[in-house]
Design a protein around this ligand. Sequence first.
Ligand code: ZN
Length: 264
Amino acid sequence: MKGSIKSLLGRIVFESRLTAILLRNAAVIVAFHRVQDTAGSDGLTIGVAMFERYCRFFRRHFRVVSLRDLVHRLERGLALDRDLAITFDDGYRDNFENAVPVLEKLSLPATFFVVSQWIGTDVVPWWDSAQGARHPWMTWDQVRSLHRKGFDVGAHTRTHVDLGQVSEAEAREEVVGARLELEGQLAAPVELFAYPYGGRNHLADANRNLVKAAGFRCCCSCFGGVNAVGTDPFHLGRIPISPWYASPHQFGLELALGMSVQSP
Ligand SMILES: [Zn+2]
C-alpha cells in the first residue's frame, strides 16, 4: 500500500480516536537520529518541518512523558495510557540546534542518548563515512545545556560498540565508563541507557545484566513495538522514526496495526 494511502487511513484512524482503544495500556518510545534538512539516504535523517509535524502529532494523540517518568511507571506497575517518550540516539549536533527549539516551543520532554567519547570530537562513524557524509556531534557545553534545560541525557556506550560482540571486559568499560564520563560532565546521575545498533543480536544477555549492575534503570533497544504494564524496563522496545514513513499518520497507522518496522 502506498505511503499516501496509509497516511490517509492513519488520519482516519487517529482522528476517529479509535487509537484511544487500540493503544490503551500501551507506551511507545520513539527514536530519532538526525533532525536536519540536508537529506541523507541512510534512513536516519528527518527534516525539521517533518520533525515538528511528528511532535504535534505526538502531543495531539499521546500523553508525551519523559522516558524517566515512563520507567518510573513501569517499575511500579502503574497504569499506562498512550504514553509516548521521545528519544534521540548518538548525540548529533543538529539535535541541539534543530530539534530542541521545536521541543521547547511545544513543551515536550525528551532524552538524548549520547556516545560519550564522541561528544566534542570530529569522529566520523562508519555509517556516515559510508555515505561520504560528515555530521558534527554536540559539544559538552551543549550536552550540559540540555541537562540544564530539563532534558535527560542517557548513555549509549563510550564508542558505540556492538554489545552483542565485544568481550566482557570491553563491554564493562563501555557501559560503566560511559556512565562515569557523563556523570562527571553533568555532575548529575545518569540512569538511562540505550544500546548501540539496537537490534535483537546487538546485546548479549550477560551485557544486559551488566547494564543493570552498572546502576542504570533501563535498557532500550531500537526495535519492537509498544510496551505495556509489566514490560521489564531492561527490555524496552523502541520504534525508530524513519523517513520511510510518508507522514506521522502513516507511522501512527503502522503502530496501531502492530506493523512497525526495524530501522535500516
Ligand atoms: Zn546509536
